[in-house]
Design a protein around this ligand. Structure first.
Ligand SMILES: [Zn+2]
Length: 210
């Protein structure tokens, strides 16, 4: 039983309309995103899968992981993907003051190249206070949420269920969430190759967040 919505309802998107949930497009474009890396055990495998379909994606990186695995981080950039900020310690915005939260984001910003291109932010757990989001937007960040959750982080479901979650819910312009983490890998490993194959066959093209 899922306790999170696989597809974000229109109501939520319209209440939090300053945050980006999907893109309006008539083109068959899909925006795959990978959170919580980079880590050497998983991220290079993800890059390989994407490469098989000439797919581009966006990686919301944890600063602490960039610091520990700079070579993996550079692989992401070299392959033409986009990177964004996912805080330094993967902190929950609801549990921290705005000052602490912004400082944690800033610590990651210092590790990201070319500040203009990397000023995209995804809050860990999707939990961020309005004031924190507002402060980040003032600093030039776009807050990137999602429309479709694969559920790869959910240890109670199978890779097959992840495949179904994504294939049933995606549409033109959808932003889809995966995780390049060890916790998600048992599901990601089975789901990602199939999802890429199926969507590619349906004529979708995988793009970085614009
Ligand atoms: Zn995360």
């Amino acid at each position: 039983m899922n306790i999170y919505p696989v597809k974000i309802p229109y109501l939520i998107k319209s209440i939090f309309h300053k945050w980006i949930w999907c893109f309006n497009t008539s083109e068959k474009h899909i925006y795959l995103t990978f959170d919580d890396g980079p880590i050497p055990e998983i991220t290079p495998w993800v890059l390989e899968q994407l490469n098989n379909y000439n797919a581009k994606a966006t990686f919301f990186c944890i600063g602490d992981n960039i610091k520990k695995h700079p070579e993996v981080f550079h692989q992401i950039i070299e392959k033409g993907h986009r990177v964004g900020n996912h805080t330094y310690h993967h902190i929950n915005g609801w549990k921290h003051t705005t000052t602490t939260y912004i400082n944690n984001c800033h610590k990651t910003e210092l590790l990201l190249p070319d500040s203009e291109k990397t000023k995209i932010f995804r809050p860990p757990y999707g939990k961020i206070k309005r004031e924190q989001a507002k402060t980040l937007r003032k600093k030039g960040y776009k807050i990137i949420m999602w429309e479709v959750l694969s559920g790869d982080f959910d240890t109670s479901i199978s890779a097959d269920q992840c495949i179904k979650n994504v294939l049933r819910a995606v549409n033109k312009g959808s932003i889809v969430v995966f995780h390049d983490s060890k916790k998600a890998f048992p599901r990601l490993q089975g789901a990602l190759p199939i999802i890429l194959k199926e969507l590619h066959q349906k004529g979708y093209v995988f793009k970085t967040i614009p």
